[in-house]
Design a protein around this ligand. Structure first.
Ligand code: PMP
Length: 458
């Protein structure tokens, strides 16, 4: 048989080294190879059509056929198909995008620069903080605070900030990392503890940790407004209100990782607004270019900008950057994506359709297998438990999340398994009807999977 007539699935099995994929499931079920997309739907090489309930990786927020984005790309490719931002060079779209982002920032921000990904943006922030503190006469300020279950990326420092066990595979985290509590009340609040008491306890733990580590050794704290890849963990409303004053008192900058939340996901333009954060540095990516180009961004407050610039001036440059960071085509696409999101009622759509999603999730919370349904805006998760009272998870070998996601896929819905949870993050262009269909199908799947899991566990 020649390669030409072998299936794409077979060809990929023999050639492609998969990232972030469960290999036993991949071996058993094969990959899904996507050929094209239309609106909120994707079509695989077998012609099967799926509603993309995760917007790809949270990023294809305007769907798969937004011609204004491809037109913006085509125009820019025709004018200037690529350039860089080193050695004092720049291009018009990159400057216009920096201005636009600063104008839209939820707290005053002074300057922006661009990367190709969220990981690179977070990685860049760490280097910038280290350089800034060294110039400020505090070179020992190198430690970074992060939270259990955080996701900040896959490059070496971003993976270190990602406080998930799998990074042990690489001998990470790096020694500078200090892991704080995860603000997930369902899992970590003590019995009878109110949200406010829970946050006060986490804040007290933060204070103790800072004192134990030495405030003079801490460079910054990274936090997603809502934790995305950790399982859509929405902290209690006043969580940041409890921890921010402590950081401020110790001069520790707060970095808002808005890679998932930024540009609409939570129902406001920024997750920072939804969660009451006052960051000193902001990182964005994903929805910024609606996934049509690899883009990441860093925005600096006036104070950080002043101090970082002084450090760079003393060194005669910020010796950092990426060949394609601030790519003119990526910036042109991002300008158009941001224009659509901010000027065409997309935030209202997210709130309206988001409320259909959230009430659907609330309904599913009644299911005997669902321990917690949680979310905000157009992001949500269902966490499955074998016992609602004890909150005991299902045995790992039952692969509950994988089973639910597989059953959903068989019925034309892409959702993401995450341990014993499943995660939903539909495109911003989803309709209420599509979300209702997703929720109704999920309800039926939960019944099926619950019945078979109980049989197997018995
Ligand atoms: N931060 C957050 C909050 C993310 O969710 C992600 C990616 N899912 C990243 C950073 C890393 O982004 P990238 O994969 O573009 O490097």
């Amino acid at each position: 048989m020649t390669t030409a007539i072998q299936s794409w699935e077979r060809r990929e099995a023999e050639s492609f080294f998969h990232t972030f994929s469960d290999l036993p499931s991949l071996r058993q079920d094969g990959p899904v190879v996507i050929e094209r997309g239309e609106g909120a739907y994707i079509v695989d090489t077998g012609g099967r059509r799926y509603f993309e309930g995760n917007s790809g990786l949270w990023n294809m927020t305007l769907g798969f056929s937004e011609q204004r984005l491809t037109d913006a790309a085509a125009r820019q490719y025709a004018e200037l198909p690529g350039y860089h931002t080193f050695f004092g060079r720049n291009s018009k779209p990159s400057i216009a995008l920096a201005e636009r982002m600063l104008a839209l920032a939820p707290v005053p921000m002074s300057r922006a620069f661009f990367t190709n990904s969220g990981s690179e943006a977070n990685e860049s922030v760490v280097k910038l903080l280290w350089m800034m503190w060294a110039h400020d006469g505090q070179p020992q300020r190198r430690k970074l605070l992060t939270r259990k279950n955080a996701y900040h990326g896959a490059t070496v420092m971003a993976a270190s900030l990602t406080a998930k066990d799998y990074n042990k595979a690489f001998g990470l985290p790096l020694p500078e990392i200090v892991v704080l509590d995860c603000p997930h009340a369902y899992r970590y609040a003590a019995p009878g503890e109110s949200d406010d008491e829970f946050c006060a306890r986490l804040a007290a733990n933060l204070e103790v940790t800072i004192e134990a580590e030495g405030p003079e050794t801490i460079a910054g704290m990274f936090a997603e407004p809502v934790m995305g890849a950790g399982g859509v963990i929405v902290p209690p409303q006043n969580y940041f209100g409890h921890i921010q004053p402590i950081l401020k008192r110790h001069g520790i900058p707060l970095v808002a990782d808005e890679v998932i939340c930024g540009f609409g996901r939570t129902g406001n333009l920024w997750g920072t607004q939804t969660m009451g954060m006052q960051p000193d540095i902001m990182v964005a990516s994903k929805s910024m270019s609606a996934g049509y180009f690899p883009m990441g961004a860093v925005m600096l407050s006036k104070d950080i900008d002043r101090r970082a610039l002084a450090a760079a001036e003393a060194f005669e440059e910020f010796p950092h950057g990426f060949t394609t960071g601030g790519h003119p085509v990526g910036c042109a696409i991002s300008l158009e994506a941001i224009r659509i999101i901010t000027e065409e009622g997309v935030l209202d759509d997210i709130r309206n359709v988001g409320s259909v999603l959230q009430s659907g999730l609330d309904q599913l919370a009644q299911h005997p297998m669902v321990g917690e349904a949680r979310g905000v805006g157009l992001m949500g998760a269902l966490e499955m438990v074998s016992d609602k009272t004890s909150k005991a998870p299902f045995a790992g070998h039952l692969r509950i999340g994988e089973r639910i996601a597989k059953a959903a896929r068989d019925r034309g819905f892409i959702i993401r398994p995450l341990g014993s949870s499943v995660v939903l993050a539909p495109p911003f262009i989803s309709t209420a009807r599509e979300i209702e269909a997703l929720v109704a199908t999920l309800g039926e799947i939960l019944d099926q999977v619950y019945a078979s899991a109980r049989k197997e566990a018995a």
